[in-house]
Ligand binder design. Structure first.
Ligand code: SF4
Length: 394
């Protein structure tokens, strides 16, 4: 499936059929109430054997994770898939940009399947290629484009990664964002006035990394709003900025708030607040520890029995950590239930449907990236792999 530039429509204002991609699953989707779903998934996996490799993102439901051959974050999973060239089918239980990354990093003979094509990512959808190209042109008009290095988070569409590849930029994960930013600033360090970074699409990861890890002043960052002419910024504001943060965020991590941190600290003296860097800057400032999903998992594994933790990341992962560590008290850093709704579209009926179709010789919901986009995206991904030091996981 190729992705076109899909406009975001305000709720209730029109309808874009192209944007409602993949909501229909051809053939019969098993009923969620079917008591035989677990047995059917097991049988289909056994029938496919080594021909299929099922990837499960940390934020997936337990009912799906139980069938994953490997679990992890998006970049680890894409690399795991690339390390299994014998697997004809990669069934990615994650979201669309992850399946695209897997398609880019695996061989042309491997086919990547996303059990429900409507499993997108609201953050990735906040940066459309046309919007980013418009911003890039506006930066040329403002006379600063030559000083700007685009850096995109792994959580972006393949065409945004390709844009970065074409324009001297790089991909980063939440683990290596600091190293990627250092690299980006070095690329234009020779220019009078130094380099600027256009950070896509998550303003929070960009801000948290720049301010907390690199010591860049909060005021040296501006937010580029793609829905406003000129990003909603004056030419002077853009010229004076070092970090141009795209106005995007994760709808899950953006929910965590400082007042819940205060509330939990009052309720549980000695509690440790552990959050993902996609959380708002104000929340990260109040946390004890901040890091990627892999960091969160390792921190809890290494924690002393009897310790108390509030975790600010997707609820499926927090619940699994709480179940796996009954010797520690683990609570969710939000008053309400807060799953990633798009991740949760991948449920057991969709997994069974995808696997049984593969058994029958039909590849459904294949995600492919066109060769030109793939080549440019690989340039930006390779620059990330060539970065010194830190882990490349998100
Ligand atoms: S948790 Fe956030 S960043 Fe991850 S897939 Fe869901 S919306 Fe996207």
């Amino acid at each position: 499936m190729s992705l076109v530039d899909l406009p975001l429509l305000p709720l209730g204002k029109g309808r874009d059929l192209d944007a409602e991609r993949g909501v229909e699953c051809p053939g019969d989707l098993p009923a969620a109430s079917d008591p035989g779903l677990v047995a059917r998934a097991r049988a289909a996996k056994e029938a496919l054997g080594e021909r299929v490799f099922v990837l499960g993102h940390h934020y997936q439901r337990d009912e799906v994770i139980q069938f994953a051959d490997v679990t992890g974050d998006s970049f680890k999973l894409a690399r795991d898939a690339a390390a299994r060239p014998d697997a004809e089918f990669i069934v990615f239980c994650g979201v669309h940009f992850m399946a695209e990354s897997a398609d880019i990093l695996t061989s042309p003979s491997q086919q990547v399947v996303l059990p429900d094509l409507a499993a997108g990512c609201s953050m990735a959808d906040m940066a459309r290629l046309r919007q980013v190209e418009d911003a890039w042109d506006a930066m040329a008009d403002a006379g600063i484009q030559d000083a700007v290095v685009p850096v995109t988070y792994m959580n972006s569409s393949a065409d945004i990664k390709a844009f970065c590849g074409r324009n001297g930029g790089v991909v980063c994960t939440s683990s290596n964002a600091e190293v990627a930013l250092e690299w980006a600033f070095e690329q234009k360090a020779h220019l009078e006035g130094g380099a600027k970074v256009l950070f896509l699409p998550d303003q929070h990861l960009g801000r948290n990394t720049a301010v907390l890890q690199m010591g860049i002043a909060l005021e040296e960052g501006v937010v580029w709003d793609p829905l406003q002419p000129g990003g909603g910024l004056s030419a002077e504001e853009v010229r004076d900025a070092r970090m141009i943060l795209w106005k995007g965020h994760c709808s899950v991590h953006g929910r965590f708030s400082e007042d819940v941190v205060d509330e939990l600290r009052a309720q549980h003296p000695g509690i440790n607040i552990l959050v993902h860097p996609e959380c708002k800057h104000e929340v990260v400032l109040k946390a004890d520890l901040v890091g990627s999903t892999e960091f969160i998992i390792k921190t809890i594994e290494a924690a002393e029995p009897g310790t108390v933790w509030a975790i600010g990341t997707e609820l499926n992962l927090v619940k699994r950590l709480a179940d796996a560590h009954p010797d520690k008290t683990i609570v969710f850093l939000d008053r309400n239930v807060c799953y990633c709704s798009t991740m949760n579209r991948i449920d057991l009926p969709h997994l069974v449907w995808a696997l049984e179709n593969l058994v029958a010789g039909t590849v459904v919901n294949q995600v492919t990236v066109d060769p030109e986009t793939e080549a440019d995206a690989l340039v930006a991904l390779q620059r990330m792999l060539d970065l010194p030091g830190k882990s490349h996981r998100d």
